[in-house]
Design a protein around this ligand. Structure first.
Ligand SMILES: Cc1cc2nc3c(=O)[nH]c(=O)nc-3n(C[C@H](O)[C@H](O)[C@H](O)COP(=O)(O)O)c2cc1C
Length: 339
């Protein structure tokens, strides 16, 4: 069924297809016919970061940036949903076109640039949701905020979403906000993680509830970089790491008509790089800090290998665009075999 819908959607430009698909999903949900598209998924409960997940396969950030489609997405069987990236203020993102399909590679290149309606909009949507599953909220910084003031944007994001999120993700790895990924290294990272921890503890004190915070990192990191991130996470006492975001490498798609488009590459071509980062993090962190694996999951095996490498949860985005809800079930079943 999804194959037929996908073939129609893929006749539209990618961003338009994205919007049509999500609006269609909302409509199907309102009409009560969404179950026709959603496979029945048997529970595979897991407790990570102190939270109970019905299964370990979640939706990655960026698909529902504004939390506009939470109820419909939540009816598809995901074990959790991460909305955002949300920035303190609304911003338009980069000029269009800014999303490109590479079907031969089961891949997407995007340079959306954190187009989103801002914190107020997202919070209103979250407050009106019916979805009762695990909700992650991914926060970032506005493009116009200089890097040396990024701390303030992350603090604003954390404190605003704190009472609504089950967990919070701090995104320092999008390639589409100039300079953002510099925050993953050296003193910038340490300083930022300390500020994030400080904000989290302040919010805990204020609201009497501890909400875990995870940091999302890029796949384009050498072994020293991975070790450094791991030790900074351990030292600051953050709660998890999401590996990975999209890659700036084009090695795997060289020669493709869209290969030279600026932005982050996702889907099958990022699978190996994400796995390498997960393995490197697990070698440093072991069971002390949970890893959420994301990047290039297009079938059961690509999900299971992340769990074998040490990930406790996984997320999908590009594979979900190509495969639809069937991928969730396939990934859950493959992970069930790992345990
Ligand atoms: C169009 C698009 C937009 C994205 N937007 C975000 C975002 O706003 N925040 C974020 O943390 N990751 C974002 N991502 C990255 C995904 O969450 C994911 O980390 C990455 O695509 C690798 O997973 P995949 O291969 O399953 O797509 C985006 C990815 C795509 C394809």
């Amino acid at each position: 069924m999804y194959g037929v819908i996908r073939n129609l959607l893929f006749r539209l430009p990618p961003e338009q297809a994205h919007n049509v698909a999500l609006n269609g999903l909302d409509l199907a949900h309102r009409l009560g016919v969404l179950s026709a598209f959603s496979p029945k998924i048997d529970a595979l409960p897991v407790n990570v970061m102190g939270l109970d997940f019905p299964n370990p396969v979640g939706l990655a950030a960026g698909l529902d940036k504004n939390a506009d489609h939470l109820d419909a997405l939540g009816a598809l069987g995901f074990g959790f949903i991460e909305v955002g990236t949300v920035t303190p203020l609304a911003q338009p993102g980069n000029p269009k076109p800014r999303m490109f399909r590479l079907p031969e590679h089961q891949a997407i290149i995007n340079r959306m640039g954190f187009n989103n309606e801002g914190l107020d909009h997202l919070l209103a949507r979250v407050d009106n949701r019916r979805y009762s599953g695990v909700l992650g909220i991914n926060v970032g910084k506005n493009k116009d905020t200089p890097n040396d003031q990024s701390e303030s944007d992350y603090r604003k994001g954390i404190s605003a979403v704190y009472t609504r999120a089950d967990y919070i993700t701090v995104n320092v790895s999008s390639p589409n906000t100039p300079g953002l990924r510099d925050l993953q290294f050296g003193d910038s990272l340490k300083g930022l993680l300390e500020a994030i921890k400080d904000e989290q503890l302040k919010c805990e004190k204020q609201h009497g509830r501890y909400v875990p915070v995870a940091v999302k990192i890029a796949p384009d990191m050498d072994d020293d970089g991975i070790r450094f991130v791991a030790s900074a996470l351990r030292e600051t006492g953050l709660d998890g790491v999401i590996a990975t975001n999209t890659t700036i490498s084009r090695d795997a798609v060289a020669g493709h008509a869209h290969a030279d488009e600026a932005g982050g590459l996702s889907g099958a071509p990022v699978r190996e790089a994400s796995l390498r980062v997960i393995k490197g993090l697990y070698a440093e962190l072991g069971e002390s800090l949970p890893i959420i694996g994301v990047g290039g999951i297009t079938d059961g095996e690509s999900a299971a290998e992340k769990v074998r490498a040490g990930a406790k949860l996984v997320q999908v985005y590009t594979g979900f665009i190509y495969r639809g809800p069937e991928l969730i079930k396939e990934a859950v079943e493959a992970i069930r075999q790992v345990k």
